[in-house]
Design a protein around this ligand. Structure first.
Ligand code: AMP
Ligand code: ZN
Length: 480
């Protein structure tokens, strides 16, 4: 089955057909760099990352562009508050974005354009619009005449005449129509500015993304993504600006991520209820946060709470324990031995099929994760029951299960390139902990309390806590 994507433009799930066979151009609206990014932003960035990884998994050559909005009101205000320049402020948070996103296993885009590096391209687009009377200038400000674009409202399903109903809009008497939006803002005191044919000033937010997307991906792109709050007006205006000039479809598939919420409300800077990614990373390992963020389908809201994070933490540990138990069989995977009759082989191939079906149906990561854990549970049960008399075919099947699991986990970013190297240490720690827990269990069975206590004290010093439960002893790092 082919890939299907819920397209906000058509309001339905459409078969994915890229413009160029085997290639995908994808643009994701990146952060406004006036602060560290929070877990809500991270959901949208991570989903774009997973979509990109899955497209690559399917064999597409993907060109992925994610911008930095490094000039806008929030940046200017924050820079003025702090007594630094807008460029100093944005540089600090661009560096922080790379640091935090890398820790979270979000791959860098192929291009990370900055708005301020594309001012000439924006001026050129605006000039073309002025020349075609799509835009007009008043006292150095330039506005887009929305009645010049008959398709205005097609993404957000708003008719131009509905756009004002119920909304509070500052009536700017200089605008021909209150719904016209700004393409360029004339220079103000304490604001950075660039010169242009109609005076000095700075670009509006929407023209930034049109200019950067078209410069790096061309006039028509396959996929444009962002959080659901960007659908209107940001993405609607991007379409209006780009399509009115090119006459071509700007983006064929529009993907919008639902909000990460906290206590039922959208997590956001203006709501003051956000958790920075860098703070969350002090409390939870990166793979736990990633696991949590993909545990719901991207179009469903997701609630951030301790219980969900703790569930994700246990799930990731279960996955890693399973991987550690079967990693040594990986070398048998390519032996060519027939494993047709093996139950593990059968479950593995069923997992791969179901994983792909789930991802093919609008990137349903929630279902895809479920399929992975079905196999993890199966492997764990198999090892508990059968470990004594493993046949050659079982070893091969476990090796194939290991390779298949790591492959799909890499797509979801719950087992990344980063971990495939550092994970060797995690696997080793897991294996050693199993051994230590066994030694303690044996000592207790022999009533050798001195050794048993010594083990517990030594682990305590190493920052590890043991929890004895009816089903066995678990361990965790203190504070996790
Ligand atoms: P910003 O830095 O505000 O420009 O936002 C960067 C990206 O994060 C945009 O695509 C937003 O739509 C997205 N975003 C902001 N808040 C949330 C949230 N609570 N949940 C999911 N995505 C969000
Ligand atoms: Zn944008």
């Amino acid at each position: 089955m082919g890939l299907r994507i819920y397209n906000s433009l058509t309001n339905q799930t459409d078969e994915f057909v890229p413009i160029e066979d085997g290639e995908v151009s994808m643009y994701n609206c990146g952060p406004t760099v006036y602060d560290y990014f929070h877990i809500g932003n991270a959901r949208t960035f991570l989903i774009a990352d997973v979509i990109r990884r899955y497209l690559e998994y399917k064999g597409y050559q993907v060109k992925f562009v994610q911008n930095f909005t490094d000039i806008d009101n929030k940046i200017i205000n924050r820079a003025n508050e702090k007594g630094v320049s807008a460029s100093q402020l944005s540089k600090k948070y661009i560096d922080a974005y790379f640091e935090d996103s890398q820790k979270l296993g979000i791959r860098s885009a192929d291009v990370h354009p900055k708005a301020t590096d594309h001012i000439p391209e924006m001026i050129q687009l605006i000039q073309q619009m002025i020349d075609k009377e799509i835009a007009y200038e008043v006292d150095g400000d330039v506005y887009y005449r929305i009645h010049k674009f008959s398709d205005y409202g097609k993404l957000s399903n708003r008719k131009p005449e509905d756009l004002l109903s119920g909304a509070r809009v500052d009536i700017d008497k200089r605008k021909e129509n209150p719904r016209d939006f700004d393409l360029w803002k004339s220079v103000k005191p304490n604001e950075p500015s660039w010169s242009c044919p109609w005076g000095c000033g700075r670009p509006g937010w929407h023209i930034e993304c049109s200019a950067m997307a078209m410069k790096h991906l061309g006039e028509s792109i396959d996929i444009h993504a962002g959080g659901q709050d960007l659908q209107f007006p940001h993405h609607e205006n991007e379409i209006a600006q780009s399509e009115v000039l090119t006459g071509k479809t700007f983006a064929r598939y529009w993907i919008h991520t639902a909000f990460l919420r906290i206590s039922g409300n959208r997590m956001g800077k203006s709501e003051q209820n956000f958790i920075y990614v860098r703070d969350a990373l002090k409390d939870y390992p990166a793979e736990t946060i990633r696991h949590f963020l993909i545990s719901a389908h991207y179009r469903s809201p997701l609630d951030y709470n301790e219980a969900s994070l703790s569930d994700s933490n246990s799930a990731v540990r279960r996955l890693y324990n399973c991987l550690s138990r079967i990693s040594s069989y990986s070398e048998f995977a390519d032996s060519g031995i027939d494993v047709g009759g093996s139950e593990i082989a059968h479950t593995t191939s069923a997992m791969m099929t179901s994983f792909e079906s789930a991802m093919d149906e609008d990137f349903n990561t929630a279902l895809a994760v479920g399929e992975i854990y079905k196999l993890v549970g199966h492997v764990n049960r198999f090892l508990t029951q059968e470990q004594e008399q493993l046949m050659e075919a079982d070893r091969v099947a476990l090796g194939v299960a290991y390779q298949s699991l790591t492959k799909v986990c890499m797509v979801l970013g719950i087992y990344t390139e980063l971990e495939s190297t550092t994970n060797r240490n995690t696997l080793l720690v897991n294996q050693l902990m199993e051994l230590v827990i066994d030694i303690r269990k044996d000592s207790r069975a022999r009533k050798d309390w001195v050794t048993a206590d010594k083990v517990r004290d030594w682990l305590h010093e190493a920052g590890i806590e043991l929890q004895d439960t009816p089903s066995g002893t678990n361990w965790k790092w203190k504070g996790n």
